[in-house]
Write a protein that binds this ligand. Structure first.
Ligand code: KIV
Ligand code: ZN
Length: 505
């Protein structure tokens, strides 16, 4: 199978559909991006459409690298053709792209011509374009497009006969556009296959699919497997009405199908953002690959699968690894009422705070309740809940004061429900003394694990903070609780009281 030839039409079909078509300086930016993507051909514009476009086509032709096909569009009209030649002749490989409809409907109602009249014009103008172009550039190429090819099912024999003559006149690329997408992909693919089988192998068959029913990518990808080597695509799917075939989707779909795609896929994401900005056509939230939501997971099941396969090339709920298209932002976990513990664990850990799965399970209902009211919660809100619910656990135990009396001796003032306690605790440090005081107050609890660390000052944006984590057993439960304070001793005692409030809930 031949390598696909990526022929970009952003600067022509994409541009002609913009509310404010690009000037040369804008076209230059897009042109550079296309070179970075390593496309094989660029249709730089429609030179006869305006002086501005003529100048832009001329300037871009001069900037083109030697191996790039630079193409200018022209109707089957002598003046369009000579203007296009004048605009692109300085490129190393200039191509004049002429087009005319051969669909019965369009010939009759739009062109007002009989098929014979249309065929005659096409053949004459192809010959004219070929001869004029070869006079000024020996490398020149002619591409002919059957506008509305998708509507030519009933006169396909006539179209193929015309195409054979067009090839005789010097065209080496035959483009078969689905100018308006009206049917399922197979409708066009079968027609493309037929043309491929009837036209000499030395001629390149091309497809150019509009996206009126949202299937342009599928039609283009499958047309490649049916023998179309040149694939006409536009960045961000720009183009008339619902646009042209999306470049990124075709490139990635072929890559995922094992095709050797001659495009630098890693430039896709950055290009998409620039094109959105320059075209003022924002990227739809749900746009495949490059949309803000393309890597967002909101349901608990999807979040779990996504996180388990995060670093793997194949992901549980994504078609590619984001790095393939140069997308740096990881799969995004968006917390809604549909999300769960895994998302909380991930969001808090990613923000740089410590959390155990047990804690995430405990606070999940509280976070979910907040999300039920407002929808997707910003991570700042989840972090606030995490701080309130893990560092300051409210309950029946309230520590009022604790004092260091002398070596190994402390005094604890606390209440449980309405009962007041003032207990002297003896022990090897405040933590041990506090545990002994709690036991003396009649609560049978055991310290299973204890850890102390410093919370990252940068994250908290405050002075140094000690964090204590305790694991306590009692009242038939086992819990983990934490607390933070500038004093290690206070952090320890507060962590115990947080744990007690969880044990005796
Ligand atoms: O959609 C179309 O048919 C076109 C042609 C000019 C190729 O854009
Ligand atoms: Zn088009």
């Amino acid at each position: 199978m031949k390598q696909p030839f990526f022929y970009d039409i952003t600067l022509r079909d994409g541009n002609q559909a913009l509310k404010k078509p690009w000037e040369l300086k804008d076209k230059k930016v897009i042109f550079e991006k296309l070179l970075e993507l390593n496309v094989q051909g660029i249709e730089v514009g429609f030179p006869a459409s305006s002086d501005m476009d003529f100048e832009a086509c001329k300037a871009l032709s001069l900037m083109a690298p030697d191996n790039l096909v630079v193409s200018g569009l022209a109707r089957c009209v002598s003046n369009d053709i000579t203007t296009a030649i004048e605009a692109i002749k300085e490129a190393k490989i200039p191509r004049v792209h002429i087009f005319m409809t051969l669909s019965p409907f369009h010939m009759k109602y739009v062109l007002n011509k009989t098929p014979e009249e249309a065929k005659k014009i096409v053949i004459e103008k192809t010959k004219f374009a070929y001869e004029e172009l070869k006079k000024v550039n020996k490398n020149g190429q002619i591409q002919f497009s059957v506008e509305h090819f998708g509507d030519c099912e009933d006169n396909l024999d006539f179209v193929i006969d015309t195409l054979k003559e067009v090839v005789q006149m010097g065209a080496t690329v035959l483009n078969l556009p689905n100018t308006v997408e009206r049917h399922r992909p197979m409708h066009l693919i079968k027609m493309v296959e037929r043309v491929r089988n009837e036209i000499d192998d030395s001629v390149t068959i091309s497809v150019h699919n509009h996206n009126d029913l949202g299937m342009a990518t599928a039609t283009t990808v499958e047309s490649y497997f049916a023998g179309a080597v040149q694939l006409e695509c536009a960045l961000n799917g720009l183009g008339e009405r619902t646009g042209n075939t999306n470049f990124y989707e075709v490139a990635v779909a072929l890559h995922n199908s094992g095709v050797d795609v001659p495009v630098d896929l890693s430039k896709i994401y950055e290009t998409a953002l620039i094109v959105a900005q320059m075209s003022k056509v924002p990227i739809w939230e749900k746009a495949p690959l490059v949309g803000p939501d393309a890597l967002a997971h909101r349901s608990g099941i999807h979040q779990d699968g996504a996180l388990k396969t995060k670093d793997m090339e194949k992901g549980a709920y994504r078609p590619i690894h984001p790095s393939l298209i140069g997308r740096k932002d990881d799969e995004r976990i968006g917390f809604t009422s549909q999300s769960g513990k895994t998302a909380i664990f991930e969001i808090i850990t990613k923000a740089g705070y410590p959390i155990t799965l047990q804690e995430a399970i405990r606070i999940a209902p509280i976070v979910k309740e907040a999300a039920e009211k407002v929808g997707e919660l910003p991570s700042g809100r989840i972090i606030d809940i995490y701080f309130n619910e893990t560092f300051n656990i409210k309950g029946d135990f309230k520590l009022k004061e604790f004092k260091h009396i002398k070596n190994g001796e402390f005094e604890f003032d606390f209440t449980h429900k309405s009962k007041e306690f003032n207990i002297k605790g003896i022990g090897n440090g405040p933590l041990d003394a506090c545990m002994n005081a709690v036991k003396e107050a009649g609560f049978d609890v055991q310290l299973i694990h204890y850890e102390q660390s410093a919370l990252d000052e940068e994250i908290l944006g405050s002075g140094s903070t000690a964090m204590s984590v305790v694991q306590l057993k009692g009242n038939g439960k086992e819990v983990i609780a934490r607390a933070r304070h500038s004093s290690t001793a206070v952090a320890n005692i507060k962590a115990i009281f947080n744990a007690l409030n969880l044990l005796y809930k």
